[in-house]
Structures are given as C-alpha cells and as structure tokens.
Design a protein around this ligand. Structure first.
Ligand code: GDP
Ligand code: IMO
Ligand code: MG
Length: 429
C-alpha cells in the first residue's frame, strides 16, 4: 500500500477511525500524528464496538506497530483507562506491550493543564469554545511556549527536577493570579510524573529514530489524523478550533517522518455534516431535518456524549478543506444515513444576508459566518437502503448522482464509500 494519511475533512467525527482501521489491514505501521484524548474514534470489528481516543485505530490487528507520535499530547490517566478498557474487551496486555509505541517527544498533559482548560471554558460563558476539557489547548500552549513536559522528561529525574525549577514557579503564578486555581508543589508534580512514568514505561520507544528509518525505507505506513481540517488551528474556524494541525501537512511534522513519506492523502467526509462544540456552522439545521440526521446518524459524541449539531453537506468548506488540508482522495461515510430522505441538499455557494453578495470562497473570519447563508442545490433521495451494497454498481441511481456531483464539486475522486459502521459495509472504488 502507498503510504497514506487519513484526515478528517469537516469538523471531526467523520468516521476516520473506521477508514483507518480498514486501511490498517494493508499497513505495517500506523501512527497518530496530532491531538490527544479529545478524539473519540469508533471502530466496529467482528461485531464488537471499540472506542479509541489516543490509541491508533490499527491496534486491533496482530503484528502491526501503532505509534502515538511526537505531535500528540498525552493525558496519561485517560490513556491508561483507554488501554484497560480495550484489554477488558479481549485484546491482551501482551499485545499492547508488543504493538503500542509512544514517541519520547510527545507532550504530557499535566493536571494543571486540565484545570486551566476547565477554568477557561467556564469563565468564557457564552463565548466558550466548547472544548472537550481534556487540557488540549493549555498543553499545546506550553509546548509552543517551550515550557512543556515531554514523555522523555519523565525518564530522567535529574533533568525533570531542573526543568521544574524553571517551569513551576511561573506556572504557579499563572494558576494563582490569572486563574485563581490551586497551585502545585514540586513534590506533587514529581509524584504525578512518577505515576505517569510507570504507566507509560512499557510503551515508550527510545529506539524510535532507527525504527522510523526502517519503516520509512521498508514498510507501509498509515498516518492517522484526529479532529478535522475545519478544526485546524491555522485553517479552521478560529478560534473555535482545536490546538493542533489535523491536515496532511500536520502528519509530516507530527509523525517525525516529513511530508515526502506520504503519497496518498484521504480526506474523510460525512455525506452530510456535524459539529460538536461552539462556532458557526453555515449549513447547520436547527429543525426537524437536523434532528432526523442526528437520530438516524447516532450523532452523539464518543468523548463527551454531547449531541452533535447536524447540517447538510457544505461543498464550499469541503473544497476549502481539500485545498488547505492537502487532500487528493475522498472517503465518503454514512451515505446510508441519507437513505430515507426525500431530498438531499448541498451548499454550493454562500449568500451574504447583509449585502446580497454571493461567494464560493470560504470566509475565514468566523465572526462573519452568521452573515452568510447557504445557497443549496437539491438532489432527489434514493429512498432505499444502501447498507448492503457491496460495490458501486449496486448503489441506487440517485445515490450515484449525488456522489458524482460531490466529486465534481470537490475536484478529487471518491475512492471509498462507507454505507454502515461495520468493516464489511464499505465500497472501494
Ligand atoms: P471519527 O472521530 O472520525 O473516527 O468518528 P466517530 O467514531 O467519532 O464517529 C463516527 C460514527 O459513525 C461512529 O459511531 C461510527 O461507528 C459510525 N460510522 C462510521 N461510518 C459509518 C457509516 O458509513 N454509516 C453509519 N451509519 N455509521 C458509520
Ligand atoms: P475526533 O478525532 C469532534 C472540538 C471540540 C471543540 C474544539 C476544541 O473524534 O474527530 P479541544 O478539546 O480540542 O480543545 O476542543 O474541537 N473537538 C472535536 N470535535 N471530534 C473530535 O475529535 C474533536 N476533538 C476536538 O468539541 O469544539
Ligand atoms: Mg470522533
């Protein structure tokens, strides 16, 4: 298999994990390159449903190495719970110890990061971002502010102690005076780090340079993205975004192998659209149709349980995601969710409610989004189940027309169509 990156191309929850799990069959090495346990990834395999947050979605296979890359942030207690949960579902501890690897360069989400995330969200009131409260923003802030704690720091007590002498007094001032939050003693932080070291020890790959070079030269690699392009810190609906780069470009950085390793960039799109958290969503449907999409699509978050906001497919944001996300193929998921709809709409332009102006460019200033309304094109529904279709020819005519039109609007090929959550409910073109 060509080295492939799987990227969410909307606001997350597009069904990336299903696609990653499927493609992982033909990969030797699967690596997450950004994000943390803010992600909620569902894989349905052999009738069992698994929820992953930070563990790469290739972990269900024997003999594949799954790595949490340098670009990720790790909330260690969450990772432990996640691994324990998967072990309870029948994947052995030995399998994890053999197959799961963690980059020593990944950053640790400390308790103070989650404290700050929670406080910031509460203090913003109606202007909140709607984060998952997993400490993502504060962990990446410290990383870029060069005062983060990395996995490797946990394994060198001497340098960790020195590092804390610089970091902690400043952090405590921030906690106390900016946020009015509990401060931490050095002993408390050292004890926290000690606990994290014990949990992570079986997985940390200190030989990563040699191993990655071997994978790069001899193996097939699958890069797994979390979140989605419209939540990207540079290109998403800033500031209603996450704090990392879920684009194909992000994979080049976060997986420690550079952009030239990647030959294929698959953007995963739902056949409609959803969003959790705040921030404008131009094709959002606050009506019965939105509710119908939510109920049929089971649109409730895997990480926070929040109801996902639902709307029609937005070809303007999709085309933008293809451009800035660096995508060259489409995996379209949840086509089956549209089975019972008489009509299916796609936004093909936006109209400014104040000026009457129309555009097919994505307006990047999110504060203007409430001024734009979608101009829809309406497609006839197919009114029959596609869940058992095994190949493209078996799809109903109206579904094919819908897919062709999406391809035309996006300018890249749909190579995978998902018609249900199971591995088997997938059409490869
Ligand atoms: P991710 O975060 O992008 O991996 O997606 P999530 O796991 O958060 O959400 C996608 C949901 O849709 C999960 O419950 C999947 O099992 C489910 N799913 C994936 N593909 C399909 C599909 O083609 N049809 C249906 N009905 N459900 C799907
Ligand atoms: P997967 O990988 C959907 C959203 C949050 C919030 C914003 C910032 O399952 O697609 P954060 O906690 O990252 O600081 O929150 O990003 N968000 C997601 N939405 N799917 C996700 O991951 C998300 N991860 C973060 O709801 O709006
Ligand atoms: Mg998800």
């Amino acid at each position: 298999m060509k080295n492939t990156v799987v990227v969410g191309a909307q606001f997350g929850d597009e069904g990336k994990a299903k696609i990653t799990d499927l493609l992982a069959q033909n990969a030797d090495f699967i690596t997450r390159f950004q994000g943390g346990s803010n992600a909620g990834h569902t894989v349905v395999a052999n009738g069992k449903k698994y929820a992953f947050h930070l563990v790469p979605s290739g972990i269900l296979y024997e003999n594949k190495i799954c790595m949490i890359g340098a670009g990720c942030v790790i909330k260690v207690d969450d990772l432990k719970n996640e691994i324990d949960g998967i072990i309870k579902q029948g994947i052995s501890k030995e399998h994890f110890e053999k197959c799961l690897k963690i980059s020593p360069l990944a950053h640790i989400t400390m308790k103070y990061h989650t404290d700050i995330d929670g406080y910031s969200e509460n203090s913003l009131g109606k202007d909140k971002i709607g984060t998952t409260k997993k400490g993502i923003g504060p962990t990446y802030t410290d990383k870029y502010n060069r005062c983060g704690i990395r996995v490797e720091d946990l394994f060198n007590k001497e340098t960790l102690s020195k590092k804390l002498d610089t970091i902690l007094p400043k952090k405590n001032k921030e906690l106390e005076f900016v946020y009015n939050l509990k401060t931490y003693t050095k002993d408390e932080i050292l004890a926290e780090c000690d606990e994290y070291r014990k949990i992570l020890a079986p997985y940390v790959d200190f030989n990563w340079q040699e191993n990655l070079l071997n994978y790069k030269n001899n193996k097939s690699i699958l890069f797994e993205g979390a979140q989605g392009v419209m939540l990207d810190v540079d290109y998403g609906t800033y500031p209603y975004v996450t704090s990392s780069s879920p684009t194909a470009g992000g994979a080049g950085i976060g997986a420690s192998m550079g952009p030239l390793t990647i030959q294929r960039a698959i953007g995963v799109f739902k056949a409609y659209m959803t969003r959790v958290g705040e921030g404008a969503f131009i094709t959002e449907l606050n009506d019965e149709t939105g509710e119908k999409l939510r109920q049929i699509g089971g649109e409730f978050g895997v990480t926070t349980g929040r109801a996902r906001r639902c709307g029609w497919f937005d070809a303007i944001s999709a085309k933008y995601a293809v451009l800035v996300g660096g995508l060259n193929e489409v995996a379209l998921t949840k086509l089956d969710v549209l089975d019972s709809f008489d009509e299916i709409k796609v936004a093909v332009a936006y109209k400014n409610k104040l000026t009457g102006e129309t555009t097919t460019q994505y307006p990047t200033n999110v504060y203007t989004h409430y001024d734009w309304e979608p101009i829809y094109e309406t497609h006839k529904g197919w009114k029959t189940s596609v869940s058992n279709c095994k190949n493209y020819d078996e799809l109903p005519q109206n579904a094919k027309k819908y897919l062709k039109r999406l391809e035309e609007l996006l300018g890249i090929k749909i190579s995978i169509i998902s018609v249900g959550p199971d591995r088997e409910q997938t059409i490869f073109i």
